[in-house]
Write a protein that binds this ligand. Structure first.
Ligand SMILES: *Cc1c(COP(=O)(O)O)cnc(C)c1O
Length: 402
C-alpha cells in the first residue's frame, strides 16, 4: 500500500523507531580537513550512514520491510544483493524478527567479498551465488554463459522466481521502489534539522545512484523544500560511467529484472538484459533507475553525471586520508563529484555549501582498494562496445506507448 500511497507523510512504526535508535540519528559532519587539502572556499558536509550495523543506509528500509512482513505472519523472505550491503541489511533485520532469509548474491560480489557472505550467515541468512542452478532463470543464464559475472537484474529474477513459486515466501527489494525510497527519507528529514541547527543552507546536494534509494533518501525532503520555494539547491545524481542509466539510458517502461518477471516500471533504463562490466561499485551495477528519481530527472529537478571508477577511488583515498572514513566504492562516486564542485569553487572563489550523501563504509571492499593501490584498476567506462551492448538490450524492452 505504501508503494501507491498518496499520503503526504506515513508514520514510522514505534518498533521500527526503537531499532533505528541503535544507530540513528546518523552524524552530519563537516569535512574541514578535506576542504583544507583541496584549498577550497566551499563548505563540505557529509551525512554518514555507515554507522548502521550493516555499514550503510540499507537497514533504514530493511528494518521496516522485515517488521511489516513479520507483523503479517510471513515466515520467510528472499532477496538479491549486489555489493552485499542489502543482503547484510535484510539478514540483520530478519534476525531481529525471527524471519528466515535467503539471499542471491551477484557472482562477482560473492567471489570478491567473502566477508559480506559471512556477515549474512552470521545474522542467520542462507546465501547463494547468482546465477545459481536453483532457479529456471539462473539455469538459463548459466547455459548461455557459464562464466558470467552475474548482475543485479539476474539475481532479482532468481529471488522473484523463488517467491512466486512458494506460498509462504515474500520478496523484498532494497532499492528502486517507491516504498524503499520513502523509508530512506529518514536520512533527509534528519539532515534538514541538523543543517537548521548549524544555520546552513545547502547550495549543492550530491549523492550516488545505483537504484536511487540513498540519493532519494537524502534529497527528496530537500526537493520538497525546493518545491515550496524555501530552499533552492542544485541536486546532482552521480552514476557509474560503466552503468549510466540516467545519462545514457532511455526513459521507457522496462522490467526490473533480467528474466522479465517483475511488473513494468517507467524508468531510465539501459535494457533489462544489459549486464554491466564488473566495476567495483557493485551497488551501481543496475540497468535501471528508480521511477521516482527518473521522473524528477525528466522534470529537470535534478542533474546527473557519470564518473569512471579510477577517479572515484582517487577521491576516496583523498577522503580517507583527511576525514578518516574509508568509503564504499559507491559513495566514492559522490565524493569524486563533490571534489569536482569544490575545486570549481576554488576557481571561482565561491564559498558554496555542498552536502554529500556518504551512504556506507568500505571495510568489506578493501579488495577493490587493493586493486587501485597496486595500480591494476581499469576504468571500464562507456566504450563503443558498451554502447553496442546497450543498443541490443534496448531493442528488447517491451514496446509500450508511454
Ligand atoms: C546499495 C548501495 C548503493 C546503491 O543503491 P541506491 O539505492 O542507489 O542507494 C550505494 N551505496 C551503498 C553503500 C549501497 O549499499
Amino acid at each position: 500500500m505504501q508503494e501507491i500511497s498518496e499520503e503526504r507523510f506515513i508514520d514510522i512504526p514505534e518498533e521500527v523507531i526503537d531499532i533505528y535508535s541503535l544507530w540513528r540519528p546518523t552524524p552530519l559532519i563537516r569535512a574541514q580537513r578535506l576542504e583544507k587539502l583541496l584549498g577550497t572556499p566551499a563548505r563540505i558536509y557529509y551525512k554518514y550512514e555507515g554507522t548502521s550495523p550493516a555499514g550503510s543506509h540499507k537497514p533504514n528500509t530493511a528494518i521496516p520491510q522485515a517488521w511489516y512482513n513479520a507483523s503479517e505472519g510471513i515466515k520467510k523472505v528472499v532477496t538479491e544483493t549486489g555489493a552485499g550491503q542489502w543482503g547484510c541489511s535484510l539478514a540483520f533485520a530478519c534476525s531481529l524478527f525471527g524471519l528466515d532469509c535467503e539471499v542471491w548474491q551477484v557472482r562477482t560480489s560473492y567471489d570478491q567479498k567473502p566477508y559480506r557472505k559471512l556477515m549474512m550467515q552470521t545474522w542467520g541468512a542462507k546465501v547463494h551465488p547468482s546465477p545459481s542452478s536453483l532457479t529456471d532463470a539462473g539455469r538459463r543464464i548459466l547455459q548461455e554463459d557459464p562464466s558470467t559475472p552475474g548482475s543485479l537484474g539476474i539475481a532479482i529474477s532468481e529471488a522473484v522466481e523463488v517467491a512466486a513459486t512458494h506460498a509462504d515466501t515474500k520478496y523484498c527489494l532494497g532499492s528502486v521502489l517507491n516504498h524503499v525510497l520513502l523509508h530512506q527519507t529518514v536520512i533527509g528529514e534528519e539532515c534538514l534539522k541538523q543543517l537548521g541547527k548549524l544555520d546552513e543552507t545547502p547550495d549543492i546536494i550530491i549523492g550516488c545512484t545505483g537504484g536511487g534509494s540513498n540519493f532519494a533518501g537524502l534529497t527528496f525532503p530537500f526537493i520538497r523544500e525546493k518545491l515550496k520555494n524555501r530552499l533552492n539547491p542544485i541536486i546532482k545524481a552521480v552514476e557509474s560511467a560503466a552503468c549510466p542509466s540516467l545519462t545514457k539510458g532511455i526513459y521507457a517502461y522496462d522490467f526490473g529484472d533480467t528474466a522479465g518477471m517483475t511488473p513494468l516500471m517507467k524508468m531510465h533504463t539501459l535494457g533489462h538484459d544489459f549486464i554491466p562490466d564488473p566495476i567495483h561499485a557493485g551497488g551501481l551495477r543496475y540497468h535501471g533507475m528508480a521511477p521516482l528519481v527518473s521522473h524528477i530527472y525528466e522534470l529537470g529537478l535534478i542533474e546527473a553525471v557519470a564518473i569512471p571508477q579510477t577517479e572515484c577511488f582517487e577521491a576516496a583515498l583523498q577522503f580517507a586520508r583527511t576525514e578518516g572514513v574509508i568509503p564504499a566504492p559507491e559513495p566514492a562516486h559522490a565524493i569524486a563529484a563533490t571534489i569536482r564542485e569544490a575545486l570549481h569553487c576554488k576557481e571561482t572563489g565561491e564559498a558554496k555549501v555542498i552536502l554529500m550523501a556518504l551512504c556506507g563504509h568500505g571495510h568489506f571492499d578493501l579488495a577493490s582498494y587493493e586493486k587501485f593501490l597496486e595500480g591494476s584498476m581499469k576504468d571500464l567506462s562507456y566504450t563503443d562496445e558498451t554502447r553496442e551492448k546497450v543498443k541490443v538490450s534496448l531493442a528488447k524492452i517491451p514496446q509500450i506507448a508511454s
